[in-house]
Write a protein that binds this ligand. Structure first.
Ligand SMILES: NC(=O)C1=CN([C@@H]2O[C@H](COP(=O)(O)OP(=O)(O)OC[C@H]3O[C@@H](n4cnc5c(N)ncnc54)[C@H](OP(=O)(O)O)[C@@H]3O)[C@@H](O)[C@H]2O)C=CC1
Ligand SMILES: O=C(CO)[C@H](O)[C@H](O)COP(=O)(O)O
Length: 486
């Protein structure tokens, strides 16, 4: 049902959506299907018109051609979801909206904004008496329509009126909404950024598992697709494993080849993975799985370097002769699971570090809970992560939770066989390998970092601490080599 023609002003809409490309269009439909009267607007009229024409019967839409009419069509306090391209487009839309709004109105940026932008925008709107909610939304086109995972930040006060609406349209797992208040200003977009970083790691690990099965067993895409389908019935059950099985079994209509074999092997990105890695460096949190996944995309797209290397750099490997196919498949599965736990453990460390740095007080168990459904990284094992943080909300390392210690410990020998086999036989596994190196690093009783500290003190008088007493020291390396308190 369409409540008004463009240009009329009823002020009856309970929520508004501006930006009606794939995500905004489906979010608007989701609100309408859940019984809300939805004001809809897009910079160019065609998208608004086609939404109303194609889906006007799904609920009550109030379409507007101008921003002024759009704002006027909303009941107060207004709740406006902005779903446009991240960056300058979002600022442009906010700048247009703000002069038309009144104290207490809520602007929700549901795009993939970079969290420092969200902090800036929240400050600016708060100074004008408005609420600004930077909210992560994950689930793609289908999730937006059927129930995404929603990660709203901003003020708690804004969540009191906005939260119930967002919870209603979100995915549900065991009746629990995949939406909760994340924390002040940029917290929601930060959590969405880390979600995407983990998404990169998960996808890279799956791609490496596929490559291992392809190169190790010489298996076809369809055969590997069947292995992934089998894995999806166990601990690895997840949206990404499920779609991987589907993609690998898909045949290109034009050539009759496996679809994956005709796709150019250069992975692109819009940038959320890169932001996650940049932030990991800023916070000093080793998110090696996410970083390797991001760099692996960069390597795949490094055409001049790849052209210079292919056929030039010696492989110097012997063929990987696998005698027990089933045992190899099981080793890859265990290595994938263990590497995946490392990537999530590192991502949750990053959330904890940012939460402490920015005073966000993010509940990591709640984040795992709202990622169980609706989003791209939804997976059975997120239940286990939720349980781990319920056991200990301040868990310093997810890997050290007894469940994960056991699960990863169970696969560690398989993991070593796979990573060493891949190195011996020249199969690139950056995320599997770096995750195992992280595991061995974080569990080591003593690290060679001691030598780095000694070197730093030698060449730059950077000082060091001792294992046997408190204090900071410097050795007179170019003098008599006595030690002095620093
Ligand atoms: N696609 C996905 O799977 C997901 C996307 N997101 C995020 O959601 C947001 C929307 O994504 P998506 O639906 O894919 O659409 P796009 O990111 O392709 O953005 C297109 C929309 O932005 C509008 N727009 C662009 N520039 C401006 C501007 N200067 N002023 C006003 N409007 C502008 C367009 O209007 P017009 O029609 O007039 O050009 C259109 O409505 C993005 O921030 C994206 O990162 C989040 C999760 C998943
Ligand atoms: O936000 C998302 C899902 O939650 C998008 O799917 C994500 O932006 C895709 O990222 P990229 O294009 O960098 O692979």
């Amino acid at each position: 049902m369409v409540d008004n023609a463009p240009g009329t002003q009823t002020g009856t809409a309970q929520i508004g959506v501006t930006g009606l490309a794939v995500m905004g269009r489906n979010l608007a439909r989701n609100f309408a299907r859940n019984g809300y009267t939805v004001a809809v607007h897009n910079r160019s009229w065609a998208k608004t018109a086609s939404l109303v024409e194609d889906h006007g019967d799904e609920g009550t839409f109030v379409p507007s051609e101008s921003v002024e009419d759009f704002v006027a069509s909303l009941e107060r306090p207004r709740k406006i979801v902005v779903m446009v391209k991240a960056g300058a487009a979002t600022d442009a839309v906010i700048d247009e909206l703000v002069p038309l709004l009144e104290e207490g109105d809520i602007v929700v940026d549901a795009g993939n904004a970079h969290f420092p932008d969200t902090v800036r925008r929240e400050n600016a709107l708060r100074a004008q008496g408005l609420h600004f909610v930077g909210s992560g939304v994950s689930g793609g086109e289908e999730g937006a329509l059927l129930g995404p995972s929603i990660m709203p930040g901003g003020t708690r006060e804004s969540y009191e009126s906005l939260g119930p609406i967002l919870e209603k349209i979100s995915a549900k797992v065991d009746g629990v909404p995949c939406c909760t208040y994340v924390g002040p200003d940029g917290a929601g977009h930060f959590v969405k950024m880390v979600h995407n970083g983990i998404e990169y790691a998960d996808m890279q690990l799956i791609a490496e598992a596929y490559d291992l099965l392809k190169q190790g067993l010489g298996a076809s895409a369809a055969e590997i697709g069947q292995i992934f389908a089998d894995w999806n019935t166990g601990d690895l059950e997840s949206f990404l494993i499920e779609i991987t099985a589907d993609v690998l079994q898909h045949v290109d209509a034009e050539t009759g080849s496996a679809f994956v074999d005709i796709v150019l092997d250069q992975a692109e990105q819009k940038g959320t993975g890169r932001w996650t890695v940049q932030n990991g460096l800023d916070l000093g949190v080793p998110i090696t799985g996410i970083a390797e996944a991001t760099f692996a995309r960069a390597l795949s797209g490094g055409v001049p370097q790849r052209e210079a290397a292919v056929g030039t750099l010696p492989a110097a490997t012997t063929p990987w002769e696998i005698t027990d196919r089933d045992a190899f498949v099981e080793d890859v599965r265990l290595a994938l699971y263990a590497s995946k736990v490392v990537a999530y453990s590192q991502g949750f460390d990053q959330i904890a570090a940012a939460s402490a740095q920015f005073g966000w007080d993010i509940d990591r168990g709640a984040m795992a809970r709202i990622w169980r459904g609706g989003c791209i990284i939804r997976a059975r094992f997120l239940n286990r992560i939720t349980e781990a943080y319920e056991r200990d909300a301040n868990l310093p390392l997810l890997l050290a939770d007894p469940y994960f210690t056991g699960a990863v410990g169970n696969g560690v020998e398989a993991w070593r066989r796979i990573v060493s086999g891949a190195a011996l036989h020249g199969v690139p596994t950056p995320a599997f390998s770096s995750s195992l190196a992280y595991y061995d690093g974080v569990r080591a009783e003593r690290l060679p970092a001691a030598l780095i500290q000694a070197q730093r003190d030698f060449f730059g008088a950077h000082t060091y601490r001792r294992t046997d007493r408190e204090g900071t020291f410097h050795t007179l390396w170019s003098g008599d080599r006595t030690e002095q308190p620093a």
